[in-house]
Structures are given as structure tokens and as C-alpha cells.
Design a protein around this ligand. Structure first.
Ligand code: KIV
Length: 285
């Protein structure tokens, strides 16, 4: 498999082929996703909840993101990877945004970065980052880093006026130079309008079926993250339950002594070595 690039994604859009996008945060998961043939991996700052156990994405740092992007890159060397810029790593200034986007590319070899928000300030950040030669994905709709202003983790664009505002934001980000936009948590009609008006790939998470591609948080869709499951998630497996059962069985077997089984899960030693070993121990008293 060869790594897809921006031209391949634009071609997929032209041909009406859907872009498959999933989050990953570690080497093993990235390796499995590459094996499965996903087109694009997002190392999201949802890392904070899914992997680091925080309640929100706010505490996630640049160093956290870089470390996990590096692991994902090692697991998926042939997949297009997007690094998610964490809270306060781009909000201060265009210079800060360019410097931190550069760290993602230089230190973790990601193919693009993503940032949240649709106003003029984010347009300026996107313009600056893309002028530095780095691909930027916008992210509008339900943007977790703006949770306070949005009044919580809930669907956006449900009134006509709010829907128009989000459609307008998509245009602003496209004009600023975003190579793609992720639209999260909006009614399907809003996802459809943005997709129809766009000249770049529009990816959706909880934005209906009309977008050029779909993203899910992998831990939601395999049933591993059970603190909260948004309405738009489809569960393709119950891996969390399978793991709990395996951990339980191991616990019982260790406690009962039925694991490990001699000869089956143990290393062998030649009889004469055992004899000499036992003699040596005995001689030491
Ligand atoms: O951090 C993340 O995984 C994201 C998705 C929720 C869109 O930004």
C-alpha cells in the first residue's frame, strides 16, 4: 500500500469514493488500522480522554501529542496522518501556530495538522500554517476545545441561523487555505450543504452521510471507551467486554494456579543441567 496524499484525496472526491478516517493514539492500533486499509488517521487530542484518562481535551500538551503521533507513525508508516493541535498550542498567535505545526511535522512526521474553530482568527492561523508549507485541516461544528462557549458537548447548527453560520465558516476556512475540513456534530442537512458548496474534501463525524468521508473515534466504534458514547457512533465490536473477560479469566487462573502450565508456558532445561543446578544449590547450603 502506498501512502495517499492530497491529490489522491481530491481524486477520491471527484470519483465519489468515500474517505475512511479513524483516530489512533498508539503503535498497535495504528498498525491494525493500516492493515485494515483506512485512508487517513487522526491522532486526536481526544487522546486526553481515551488514552490519558482526563475528562476533557484541555490538559493535553504538545509533548503528549508529539509522543503519540510518533508512535502512530511507527505503526502506520504508509498512512496519511493528521496531528491534532492541542488546546492553546495555536490560539495565541500565527507565529505560535506555525512553530507548533512545525513540531508535528519535524518531530513526528505527520502529513497534516488540524485545528478547531471557524472565525477570522482561525482563518489567519490556517493561512499562516499553510504558507509555511504545512497542510491544515479545519474543524467546525462541535469543537470540543470551545466546549465552554458552546455550552457543552452537544450538536451544533440545529437552527437555520446557526446552520448558515457553520456553512459560512467552512467557506472562510477553505478560502484561508485549509486542504480539508472536518465537520463534527451537526444535522445531516448542514453536512450536506457544506459538502455541496466545498471545493475541498469535507470529512464528517456525526455530520450525516453526505460528507466526502467519515471519521470515528476508534475506541468508541470498537466498544472500548464506555464513559460516554455519542449518538452518531456505530459499534462495530465489543472489544472492551472481550478484554475484561480475558483479564478476569487470567485473574482466576493465576489465583487458582492453573496458569502457567509446566512444559506449555515454561522454558525447558536439559535434565543434566537441572541435576547440576540442584547440586550447586545444595552445595551452597
Ligand atoms: O480529538 C479528536 O479526536 C477530534 C475528533 C473528536 C474530531 O478532534
Amino acid at each position: 500500500m502506498t501512502k495517499k496524499n492530497i491529490h489522491n484525496f481530491n481524486e477520491m472526491v471527484e470519483k465519489g469514493e468515500k474517505i475512511v478516517y479513524l483516530t489512533a493514539y498508539d503503535y498497535l492500533t495504528a498498525k491494525m488500522q493500516e492493515k485494515a486499509g483506512v485512508d487517513m488517521i487522526l491522532v486526536g487530542d481526544s487522546l486526553g480522554m481515551v488514552t490519558l484518562g482526563y475528562d476533557t481535551t484541555f490538559p493535553v500538551t504538545m509533548d503528549d501529542m508529539i509522543r503519540h503521533c510518533q508512535a502512530v507513525r511507527r505503526g502506520a508508516p504508509e498512512t496519511f496522518i493528521v496531528g491534532d493541535m492541542p488546546y492553546m498550542s495555536y490560539q495565541h498567535s500565527d507565529e505560535q501556530a506555525v512553530a507548533n505545526a512545525g513540531r508535528f511535522v519535524k518531530e513526528a512526521l505527520v502529513d497534516a495538522v488540524k485545528l478547531e474553530g471557524g472565525g477570522p482568527m482561525m482563518a489567519s492561523r490556517i493561512k499562516a500554517i499553510q504558507e509555511a508549507g504545512i497542510l491544515v485541516m479545519g474543524h467546525i461544528g462541535l469543537t470540543p476545545q470551545l466546549m465552554g462557549q458552546l455550552g457543552g458537548y452537544k450538536a451544533q447548527g440545529r437552527s437555520a441561523d446557526a446552520a448558515v453560520r457553520i456553512v459560512d465558516q467552512a467557506k472562510v476556512l477553505e478560502e484561508a487555505g485549509a486542504f480539508s475540513i472536518l465537520v463534527e456534530g451537526v444535522p445531516a442537512q448542514v453536512g450536506k450543504a457544506i459538502t455541496e458548496l466545498a471545493g475541498i474534501p469535507i470529512l464528517g463525524i456525526g455530520a450525516g452521510s453526505y460528507t466526502h468521508g467519515q471519521l470515528l473515534i476508534y475506541a468508541d466504534m470498537v466498544g472500548m471507551y464506555d464513559n460516554f458514547t455519542p449518538k452518531f457512533v456505530k459499534k462495530y465490536a465489543e472489544v472492551g467486554n472481550i478484554l475484561v473477560e480475558a483479564f478476569k479469566e487470567y485473574t482466576e487462573e493465576v489465583r487458582s494456579g492453573s496458569f502457567p502450565v509446566d512444559g506449555e508456558h515454561t522454558y525447558k532445561m536439559k535434565d543434566e543441567e537441572i541435576e547440576t543446578f540442584e547440586k550447586k544449590l545444595k552445595d551452597r547450603g
